[in-house]
Write a new protein. Structure first.
Length: 360
């Protein structure tokens, strides 16, 4: 085969390779839109798809418009932006830490954020319990205070993990063990706060940690959305650097990547969007772990596609979990944090078994 033919064949193979990834990406986006329609449709008041389309185009019945725009759309928007944040953060953490089990929940970041939020709720009166025993809700009187403390708790866990990886020279497997230890420490700290708090504060913390997509308003949704866009722009700008990091830190440095700065800034940004998302909806586990691994089966490790597709898949899984939480025992709504844990824990165990020999 001549060099010209070889070059032509290589270009053809490359275009076919990219084409498959674009097809898979389009499929992921289509699944998300389908999940959005299903999420709008199901619930205590079922709305047919035809009625939904009429409402979205300016028609439909008044009752349907009220349910869709005032009840379900804010909940769906919250699920999308939170899933986007957690999955995108998990994708980046797995890359820069060189650990396929890394995510906000497995590294103790979610638990640290929950501890920080509990401190804000109890000691800074940032959250109060309102309602009755059968209709309990949480009103975050100062959501930005909760967000700041949640970020401080999450970033504390991040700093410890980075120090262990840089100074202690721990293996990727040991990072997960360190995350388990940090999770236990922050969970214990939250329990101590509850022990010394009054009954109202205890109920507020417990209900907050359940996770609830109906808790955030449009202001909170907008804040998480803006942070997601900013984070996505930074991550996508460094997509080629993350691809280089797939071959190891030393290889990335030899290609001109400032690996140390990339790891530090990426972890800070990933922690920020994770902590802010958790601060507004409560503890949501395993989304950042599940979504990137599902997407890798479709688009591989190319971060030009992996980053956006992971974000879209995270939003899809969040909506699927929310649909389950609203329909399993209607009219009651189950804690979405429990649903995502049930979905994510088996996959986590599977990854430990499959990857255990390769990440040590």
């Amino acid at each position: 085969m001549s060099c010209k033919e070889l070059t032509k064949l290589t270009n053809t193979e490359y275009h076919s390779y990219i084409g498959r990834k674009w097809t898979a990406s389009a499929l992921v986006v289509c699944v998300l839109f389908a999940m959005i329609l299903i999420s709008i449709s199901v619930g205590a008041a079922r709305i047919p798809i035809s009625e939904i389309l009429q409402v979205l185009t300016g028609g439909g019945e008044a009752a349907s418009r009220t349910i869709i725009f005032n009840v379900r759309m804010p909940r769906i928007a919250t699920g999308v932006v939170v899933g986007f944040a957690l999955a995108m953060a998990g994708c980046i953490m797995q890359n820069v830490l060189r650990n396929p089990l890394a995510s906000a929940s497995t590294l103790g970041i979610a638990q640290g954020a929950s501890f920080g939020a509990a401190v804000a709720i109890v000691y800074f009166q940032a959250g109060v319990q309102v309602g009755t025993a059968t209709a309990l809700t949480i009103s975050v009187t100062n959501p930005y205070m909760v967000t700041i403390f949640a970020f401080l708790g999450g970033i504390t866990s991040t700093i410890i993990i980075l120090l262990l990886s840089r100074v202690g020279g721990v293996t990727p497997t040991s990072m997960i063990l360190a995350g388990v230890a940090l999770s236990a420490m922050f969970t214990g700290g939250t329990a101590l706060i509850q022990y010394f708090a009054d009954e109202t504060s205890i109920a507020s913390i417990v209900y907050w940690t359940f996770g609830n997509l109906g808790r955030a308003g449009w202001n909170e949704i907008t804040l998480v959305f803006v942070l997601n866009i900013a984070a996505f722009m930074y991550f996508f700008f460094n997509r080629w650097n993350y691809n280089a990091m797939e071959s190891g830190t030393h290889t990335a440095k030899s290609l001109g990547v400032n690996a140390d700065a990339l790891i530090l800034i990426s972890m800070l940004v990933a922690t920020l969007i994770s902590a802010v998302a958790i601060a507004f909806v409560g503890t949501i586990n395993f989304i950042g772990l599940i979504a990137p691994h599902i997407v890798r089966k479709l688009v591989g490790n190319d971060h030009r596609f992996l980053i956006p597709c992971s974000a879209v898949m995270g939003a899809t899984i969040m909506l699927a979990a929310d649909i389950m939480s609203r329909t399993l025992v209607m009219p009651a709504i189950l804690p979405i944090g429990a649903i995502t844990s049930f979905l994510g824990a088996p996959l986590f165990l599977y990854l430990i078994i499959k990857k255990g020999k390769t990440i040590s």
